[in-house]
Structure formats: C-alpha cells, structure tokens
Design a protein around this ligand. Structure first.
Ligand code: ZN
Length: 502
C-alpha cells in the first residue's frame, strides 16, 4: 500500500470514529437537558456500547500498520501540512490507547461511574465518610493509569498531558506561582481600598423569560449562529460540538441572580463560537478539532470576562438590559458595571470572581500533584484543602460540601483537568492583548456594538487553525511571545485598580 493510500484509510477511520463520538455527544446533550428520569439506566447501557466500539476502533492493529506505512513518507515531511498534523495526533491517540490494559480501562470506567453517583448522593448530606472509599479507589486506579501511560517527569504529567498536550507539572508550577503572587497582592489592595462595588443590584428580581430573551439577544449579537445551535436550560451549564452546523449551549437560571445565567450563557457561547469556527472541511480529523481544553477555555473566558464584563460592552448593551428589566431602570451604568465585577473571596470555585478564581485552581493543582505522586493520601485531603483555603482566601470551609467535595471532577476521575481553567485565563488575556494591538481599542468597538472585528480575528488566528499547533506553539505564533502571566496580571491590575481605586 502506498503512503497516500494508508493516509486515506486512516482519514476514513478517523471520520467514522468521529461520527460515533458525535452520536455520543448527542446522547450526552439529551441526558443533561431532556431525558425522562426513568431513561437513565438505558442511557448508561447505550454509552457502554459506544465505549466498547470506540475502544476497539482506537486499538485496531490496522491503525498501527497504516501509521507505520505513512510515517517518514514525503506526504508528512512538512510538520505544518494537514497530513502531518493528522498523523501526529493519530499516533498519539493510538499509542495512548494501547498502553491502557483493557481490565484497567474497564475498572476505571466502572469506578468513575460509581464515584459520580456516590458524590451526587453524599454531597448534599455532607457525607465525606460515605464518599471517601469511592474516591480512594479512583485515586489508586488513576495512579495505576499514570504508571501504564508513562510520563515525562512525574505521574501527574500523564493526566495533564491528556487535556493539555505537552504540558508538564514542572513547566506549569512556576507560571502558576507567579500568578498566585500577583493575585494575592491584588486581593490585598482590594481589601485595603475603601471602595466597595456591591452586587446587590444584580441580585434583584429578574424574571426567567426576560433573562432567556436577553441572553439570546446578546449571544446572537456576538456572532453565535442560532441556525447552527440552540440554547437550553440545564443544571450544570455546558456547550457541545455535535458536528458541523450543530454546536449547542446551555445555561442555568436563577430569578434572583442576573449574573449566573447571563455570564454562563456568554461563557458557553464563547466555547460555541470556537466550535462554530472550526474548519468544516477537516471535520472528523485532528486538523479540524480544537487544540486542548485550555485553548477552548481561553475562548469562553475571553467572551465571558474580557468582553462581557468590560465597560465598553455594557455601554452598548446596558440600555437594552434596562429596557428588559425594571429592576435596573434606576441603576446607573457604573453601579451595574461594578456589580458584575464585585470581588469577594468565597468558598465555591464556580461562583468566584476574576481575581480569586485562579486561587481556587492553584489550590487544586497543589493537591492533585502530590495525590497522584503518592505523597498525599485521600484521608488527608480535607485538612490540606482547608489549610490552603485559609492561606489563599482567608476562609475556612465549615463543611465538606463547600470544601473538598464541591466539584464533580475528582469523582469523575478528572485529575489534571483543573489547571486548564487557569491556562485558559492566561491564554485569553494574551490573545486579547494581541488582538487589541492589531485592531485598536476593542472597548470602543464594543461600545458601538461592533463585535465582528474581534470574532473575525479569532476565527483567522485560532478557530480555523484546528489542532494544527499545540497550545504553547499556537500562543507563540499568534502573539509572537511565549506564554506569560504578564498579560492576565496587567489586565486584572488595570481593571480592578480602576474599580477599587488602587
Ligand atoms: Zn468552560
């Protein structure tokens, strides 16, 4: 077989696998928005069936044979070519799939399914003792998985690398330490300042129907295509790329909290703008896929925070918000803008503001690393968690539900996932600064309702590139500079310095 024929076989295999994956995405969307309560058991069986197909496709020995037939050929000599990018990622996926013994894969799938259910039941009761054995089982399997996969420097790297290819704990730690140092200083300045923007005005009464209408209006204005997507309510907001022409978002409404649904909608619309901008002609192959969770998160955080919490953005949208919500009629723009940017250390990550959010992530990174390395045990987690919360945010959780048990990630076996949130914030600030250098003041454009230049820039530089480059090389190519915390720190200092007067 010629290298070209081997490549065509692999491309076809990849696209067929992507169809199975997209069926799984649709099943997942349905499960989280529409499914009747009695349908869950059957849905679990459907997922198990799909997982079995996917595993056999991922480890098909013909993939290995065809990869060997194309690697080293002229076709993949230019690392930037579509063929080389695809072969690079197919090799990575194939090697990874082969390294996990089937009994470990099955044990992990079972332990994490049970872990999630145990977490759902134990968390409302604050029952750490009931959840602990499930988590201990998952941690021991994840440690075994790291050994099976192999790693660059330490076991945690094996997990991190799945979500953020090429990233290592040792490479990340100094970046995150710089972020922590700068954030703690900003927080001290905020605490010392006399100014107190209050979120009271966004916690008034906001009827759900009005929130939904306003969220749709804004998402559409930013460029989200409702003919290629939809917005539905759910318990935990998410977005999903089902395929070309079908990238959906969800949000969660609280009629006494404007910010919750609105910024979740913007966040998920940011993810979806990326999904809608991926190159359709490469769908089903790595060249048409997103880079990593961190780059995905950079797009959501950029639209949610750098755009959606800016004064320019609200200069344009605030009159429409006032028309939609009587609760805001008498509230001046500056007061409202302060309210959606209130900084207040809290126990819960998902409710954190832009300044304290990354401290929540750091805490998790600093616990996950020794947990995977074997230097921290599950029974010592709650104490270690509470000590760090006290040190970074000055708060000590009074129960497990608001402390170590607040996130679903560990119960679902997702170790190495949290750092991608902070990476997303760093990438977002660095991309945004570059876009502004290229396009001129973005807030002036937002104030005139002009969001297209930013989206067009993101489409050209990031979305249309698919997974051509991994995250760090992409940042370097787009911004001309290696990833640095400088842009996020400067952005936060400027913005909150102005709001809090320091
Ligand atoms: Zn996100």
């Amino acid at each position: 077989m010629t290298p070209e024929a081997a490549y065509q076989w692999l491309a076809q295999h990849s696209r067929e696998t992507a169809y199975y994956e997209s069926m799984g995405q649709l099943l997942g969307w349905d499960q989280r928005t529409q499914i009747p309560i009695k349908g869950h058991a059957h849905r679990h069986n459907q997922f198990a069936m799909l997982a079995k197909w996917m595993h056999s496709r991922a480890t098909d020995p013909r993939v290995g044979e065809h990869l060997a037939g194309v690697e080293g050929a002229e076709l993949v000599r230019d690392p930037n070519s579509t063929a080389a990018v695809n072969v690079r990622e197919w090799r990575r996926d194939y090697d990874r799939a082969l390294k996990i013994p089937e009994d470990l894969a099955v044990a992990l799938a079972k332990a994490t399914a049970e872990g999630e259910t145990a977490w759902e039941q134990a968390r409302p009761d604050n029952d750490w003792a009931a959840f602990k054995p499930f988590l201990a089982r998952i941690v021991s399997l994840k440690r075994a998985e790291a050994q099976a996969l192999g790693y660059a420097g330490e076991p945690y790297d094996a997990h991190l690398d799945l979500f953020e290819p090429g990233e290592t704990a040792a490479g990340l730690a100094p970046l995150l330490a710089q972020v922590r140092e700068a954030l703690v200083k900003i927080l001290e300045a905020i605490n010392a300042s006399g100014r107190r923007p209050s979120s009271e005005v966004v916690r008034r009464h906001f009827p759900v129907a009005g929130q939904e209408r306003f969220g749709r209006l804004v998402a559409q204005r930013l460029g989200y295509d409702f003919d290629a997507g939809r917005l539905d309510p759910t318990a935990h907001p998410f977005s999903v790329e089902i395929g070309p022409g079908d990238v959906r978002i969800t949000t969660r409404y609280d009629e006494h909290n404007f910010s919750q649904a609105f910024f979740s909608t913007l966040h998920e619309a940011g993810h979806a703008l990326y999904g809608q901008g991926l190159p359709e002609e490469h769908w089903g192959t790595p060249r048409g896929a997103p880079v990593s969770l961190g780059i995905h998160e950079s797009q959501s955080r950029l639209w949610e925070n750098l755009v959606g919490r800016s004064l320019g953005f609200w200069r344009y949208f605030y009159p429409q918000a006032q028309a939609a919500f009587p609760a805001l009629r008498e509230v001046p723009l500056e007061v409202f803008h302060g309210a959606v940017n209130e900084v207040r250390p809290s126990l819960i990550r998902t409710e954190a503001d832009e300044v304290t959010y990354n401290l929540h992530i750091l805490l998790r990174f600093e616990l996950e690393r020794p947990l995977m390395g074997g230097d921290l045990q599950v029974e010592d987690l709650p104490g270690a968690w509470n000590d760090r919360m006290a040190a970074y945010l000055g708060l000590r959780p009074s129960d497990y539900a608001q402390g170590v048990m607040q996130d679903v990630h560990w119960a679902a076996g997702l170790f190495g996932y949290f750092p991608t949130y902070t990476l997303g914030n760093l990438y977002a600030a660095q991309f945004y600064a570059r876009a502004e250098a290229d396009l001129g003041s973005l807030e002036e454009k937002f104030a005139a309702g002009d969001f297209a230049p930013l989206l067009t820039w993101l489409r050209a530089k990031i979305h249309s590139q698919g997974n051509r480059l991994w995250a760090r090389p992409l940042v370097k190519e787009v911004t001309g500079e290696d990833l640095t915390p400088r842009f996020l720190v400067t952005y936060l200092q400027r913005k909150f310095g102005a709001l809090y007067g320091f």
